[in-house]
Design a protein. Structure first.
Ligand code: SF4
Length: 242
């Protein structure tokens, strides 16, 4: 796909989701808050992980208290978002290790680090991978990073922007293809587009406004399936709401 076509796709999807545009005046959330929220959002919906995040914050009031809490109490707070055992154990262990490493649970020093050093620093914690760190860079540190989840990977391949087998490969390829300042917004727009239109099983190709640009062979078949324009408006993105 040509650069011009990529720009057209970014623009059309951006216009469609314009009502949800970022508020540039919204302050960036603390790095540790964003990291915990991203961790909770793994393998679940944004709505349930947001509820788990708020439960945790409201119940403990500080991350120090979470680090010292019995694991059962942490599990109780985050039960709604699934994978409770792993998430609770990883979060508690990570917070304790941070306190050992830095003398306190505070990651604001990462704001002075270049991207590569942020990856290096956070990869030492169990259960924290490149995707999670990319979200921290994008949504808390304000960097031009393009996190790739399952929606983003699927859509970029259908469109023909990349031809990859894994989300990790897509992340590497997309780094140079998506213009810097558009990366974060395009990421969130693609998630909304993937939830509402370019769905995994039944993409709504017959109402798709980038049908012409799309290189997905099966779009012709899907176009024939009758669907209503009614969308479920599943546009809540947890990382825009921390
Ligand atoms: S035409 Fe279909 S497959 Fe292509 S981007 Fe649109 S919804 Fe997705």
């Amino acid at each position: 796909m040509s650069r011009k076509k990529i720009d057209i796709v970014i623009e059309k999807i951006g216009i469609f989701f314009d009502s949800k545009r970022d508020n540039p005046k919204k302050p960036k959330p603390p790095v540790i808050d964003l990291l915990i929220a991203t961790k909770l959002s793994q393998n679940t919906t944004d709505k349930t992980s947001h509820r788990a995040y708020l439960n945790l914050k409201e119940s403990f009031k500080s991350w120090d208290k979470v680090a010292d809490a019995p694991i059962g109490r942490i599990k109780e707070c985050i039960r709604v978002c699934g994978l409770t055992n792993t998430k609770a154990a990883d979060i508690k262990k990570m917070l304790q290790k941070m306190r050992e490493n830095y003398g306190m649970i505070d990651l604001e020093f990462l704001r002075d680090y270049p991207d590569e050093k942020v990856y290096e620093e956070l990869l030492q914690y169990d259960g924290i991978g490149v995707k999670t760190i990319s979200c921290v860079l994008a949504f808390s540190l304000g960097r031009d990073v393009f996190p790739v989840d399952t929606h983003v990977h699927r859509i970029l391949n259908r469109l023909g922007i990349v031809k990859t087998n894994t989300a990790e490969q897509t992340f590497e390829k997309a780094k140079d293809l998506i213009p810097g300042e558009k990366k974060v917004k395009f990421h969130t727009d693609l998630i909304k587009f993937g939830r509402n239109i370019c769905k995994s099983q039944n993409p709504l190709c017959n109402i798709c406004f980038i049908y012409k640009e799309c290189e997905f062979e099966e779009k012709v078949i899907h176009r024939k399936k009758p669907v209503s324009l009614e969308m479920n408006q599943n546009n809540f993105i947890i990382l825009e709401n921390i």
